[in-house]
Design a protein. Structure first.
Length: 359
């Protein structure tokens, strides 16, 4: 297999597990990018690379020493490896998009944030839902809701037993539960839309599997703005209420269209993903005796979030945009909040993150 031409941006995928092939399919379908290879030291690596019709490498160094050296790489490995692999690529001058969470502990996350500032290669964190058309439409509509006061959310589903089987048994550990794997998306979006979270109250829910990873829980949040919110989450429950099922963004989930977020302001409320805005705009009586009316906020779903994220990554590589939509520092803030949730689960005490949302 000979290297392809230089017109397209060359992207390598690091990790051939659950999310790596999904990123690869987006790279392969984009006319401006080409796959330069898959790095995966596991026994399944060569077969995944063959299925993707791309070269296989057992290590990043092997990729860098080959004729297939990439312009950028997407790190899709287990969460506890994100920092080391991202550093290795950045140090070699390869631009990096690393899957969330940026790390599994705050100290190494801070080290990666600091290291990324010392190199010329760019670092984007793959909180892809910042590119989701429903979130972008909601963000554009926030100004019509008045003073943002409350937010309520649900992420609840049942993961299959095979999700925890080798080579992904790390998902049974304290690093593999739904807080760092799933809720971190919600936390990032909440801060993306509403600003820093400054206080956490949380209660750990019942588990069923017997693993070290948490399975369910409930939490309340205070934002720096004064807004407050509540959230319930669980990965051991039959439920239609998740971002994935509501929006249909992930084909691994059966789309339900059911609600997962409600946002309340002083002038109107908005629910997702139906994008219904309720208000007294057409009533002289602005309370429960008045007539509530509703409208549907339009959403352009032509370009899925993963595709938009890849285009943004390519623009970063080419210098067309100066700032990642999700910076390493912003991703670290999501991790800090998630660690605070874990702490609240274990101690039963409130965790105050301070005015900047950082411990």
């Amino acid at each position: 297999m000979e290297p392809q031409g230089q017109a397209q941006t060359k992207i390598a995928i690091i990790g051939g597990g659950l999310i790596g092939p999904r990123h690869a399919s987006v790279v392969l379908s984009n006319p401006t990018t080409q796959m330069s290879g898959l790095v995966d030291p596991g026994a399944h690596g060569p077969a995944v690379a063959e299925k993707l019709n791309t070269p296989h490498f057992s290590s990043i160094q092997e990729l860098l020493d080959s004729p297939y050296r990439p312009d950028g790489a997407i790190v899709c490995t287990p969460s506890h490896t994100h920092v080391a692999l991202s550093r290795e690529l950045l140090a070699a001058g390869v631009h990096v998009m690393v899957e969330k969470p940026i790390s599994t502990d705050i100290e190494s996350g801070r080290e990666l944030v600091a290291f990324a500032e010392t190199v010329q290669a760019r670092l984007l964190v793959g909180h892809h839902r910042r590119f989701n058309p429903y979130i972008l439409a909601a963000r554009a509509s926030l100004g019509t809701l008045g003073t943002l006061t409350l937010v309520n959310g649900i992420w609840a589903t049942r993961k299959p037993p095979a999700y925890f089987d080798p080579p992904a048994e790390w998902r049974r550990t304290k690093h593999g539960g739904p807080i760092l794997t799933n809720l971190v998306h919600e936390i990032d979006l909440l801060q993306f839309l509403f600003g820093p979270i400054t206080r956490i109250k949380a209660e750990k829910g019942l588990g069923q599997r017997g693993y070290d990873a948490e399975e369910s829980g409930a939490l309340t949040l205070r934002f720096e703005s004064g807004m407050v919110g509540s959230f319930v989450m669980g990965d051991n429950l039959p439920s239609p209420h998740t971002f994935e099922q509501g929006t249909g963004e992930n084909s691994d989930y059966v789309e339900t269209g059911m609600d997962f977020w409600r946002i309340f302001g002083s002038e109107a409320s908005l629910s997702l993903p139906d994008m219904t805005r309720w208000s007294y705009d057409r009533s002289e009586v602005k309370h429960w005796n008045g007539k509530l009316t509703h409208e549907t906020i339009p959403v352009n779903t032509e370009v899925p979030a993963f595709q938009s994220q890849l285009v943004h990554f390519v623009d970063l590589i080419k210098g067309k945009v100066n700032k990642p939509l999700c910076t390493a520092a912003e991703a670290l803030q999501a991790l800090i909040v998630c660690n605070a949730i874990k702490e609240a689960f274990e101690t039963g005490k409130d965790v105050d993150l301070g005015s900047a949302g950082e411990q």
